[in-house]
Structure formats: C-alpha cells, structure tokens
Design a protein around this ligand. Structure first.
Ligand code: SF4
Length: 56
C-alpha cells in the first residue's frame, strides 16, 4: 500500500520535504507518491494545506 495525493492537490509542494524516503516528486506540475518507496508512515499528511493526501 501507499499514500496517495488526490484531486485537492494545488501543487504547492509542501509535502515533498516531509517525506523521509523522498517518495514524493513533481512531474509536469502534478505531485505524485512513488508507491514503491512509500511505507505509509503518514509524515506527509499533516503538511498538506488542502488535506489532499490520504492512505489508499
Ligand atoms: Fe513518504 Fe510517509 Fe508520505 Fe509515504 S506516507 S509518501 S513514506 S511521508
């Protein structure tokens, strides 16, 4: 399993530095979580101002 960034994302990038595994990256303005790296630690959830990140 991995956390997911949903439609509420406004591409602010606030979550990127909060992931200890560097699983979050930006691609063409869309932020995505690499499911192969994410360990569902949840560290990124609180950093999102629009509550766009949730457990899958
Ligand atoms: Fe990174 Fe943890 Fe968020 Fe997964 S849940 S993307 S490991 S901060």
């Amino acid at each position: 399993m991995a956390h997911k960034i949903g439609d509420a994302c406004v591409s602010c990038g606030a979550c990127v530095s909060d992931c200890p595994l560097e699983a979050i990256s930006e691609n063409d303005g869309q932020y995505v979580i690499d499911a192969d790296k994410c360990t569902d630690c949840g560290a990124c959830v609180a950093s999102c101002p629009t509550d766009a990140i949730s457990a899958a």
